[in-house]
Design a protein around this ligand. Structure first.
Ligand code: SAM
Length: 282
């Protein structure tokens, strides 16, 4: 397919912002990327998008949206909560030859699997205040996506890819790595954004694990909440709310004196299976 969309053919993003009076709102996590070279880098880092429908959450003034339209993606469906941007993006919709659709909605209420056909991917510079709940919702259905390429605060990205034994290793690391292969692609300094946030940012890519450890989502949430809720305690203590902790640990093949931060993902999945077996959960 010959790509005909030229991100630079439209007015500069700063002009779009000035013309539409788009002051950034902190409550909506609005930190914009106005450098099209940078947004191009993010879009290309998503890999081969030929024939893929990309869901973008929070297009804002449209820097990343333009870059996504310049890839081989079949279509881009952008979900934006702030109606000011929905209006401002109409010029991009018109220039997209039918490849861009804007949906005005809260992304937390939208199921991308219902929204667009497969093959589908998500590429987004996420609003940081809702980045984690959005990611968890998508991880539940990760096998429905060709991939997720997402910008987070670096501190959250560190937790997503943390290995056992590190201080960032926690619930989010376990759940994310149980469902997906998570890879850090690159960091961006705060000054790359307008207005700059307080912290550095990181692009992380997720692809479905071909053979995830079998375990039930809700039980994994319960087990990791109990274990990391008291991360300094030994598991035989912290897992007591789940029932007979010693028996569960024995069944999962784990040492009761271990602490949550030492247990690999497979250990938590084994624990979740042990809990499910005892409570009859699926
Ligand atoms: N993609 C743009 C960029 O890179 O310049 C903007 C990214 S900005 C970090 C986050 C965007 O998400 C904003 O446009 C904001 O209005 C939007 N947003 C915030 N909360 C949202 C939600 N719950 N659902 C959909 N969009 C949301």
């Amino acid at each position: 397919m010959i790509v005909v969309f030229d991100p630079h053919a439209l007015p500069p993003l700063r002009d779009v912002i000035a013309r539409h009076g788009l002051d950034a709102r902190k409550s909506l996590g609005q930190n914009f990327l106005l450098d099209l070279n940078l947004t191009g880098r993010i879009a290309r880092s998503a890999g081969d998008l030929r024939g893929v429908t990309v869901v973008e959450v929070g297009p804002g003034p449209g820097g990343l949206t333009r870059a996504l339209l310049a890839t081989d993606a079949a279509a881009v469906v952008a979900v934006e909560r702030d109606s000011r941007f929905v209006r401002a993006l109409q010029d991009v919709v018109e220039a997209s030859a039918g490849r861009l659709t804007i949906v005005e909605a809260d992304a937390l209420e939208v199921d991308p699997v219902e929204l667009v056909p497969a093959p589908r991917a998500i590429v987004a510079n996420l609003p940081y205040n809702v980045a984690t709940p959005l990611l968890l919702g998508w991880l539940k259905r990760i096998d429905a996506f060709a991939g997720l390429t997402l910008m987070f605060q670096k501190e959250v990205a560190d937790r997503l890819v943390a290995q056992p034994g590190s201080k960032s290793y926690g619930r989010l690391s376990v759940i994310a790595q149980w469902r997906a292969q998570a890879k850090v692609l690159f960091n961006l300094p705060a000054k790359a954004f307008t207005p700059p946030p307080k912290v550095e940012s990181t692009v992380v890519q997720f692809t479905a694990r071909p053979d995830p450890e079998p375990a039930d989502w809700k039980t994994m949430e319960r087990v990791t909440a109990a274990a990391f809720g008291q991360r300094r305690k030994m598991l035989r203590q912290s897992l007591k709310p789940l029932g007979d902790a010693e028996a569960l640990l024995a069944e999962a093949g784990l040492d009761g004196t271990a602490r949550a931060e030492e247990v690999p993902v497979a250990g938590f999945a084994a624990l979740a299976r042990a809990v499910s077996a005892r409570t009859g959960a699926s």
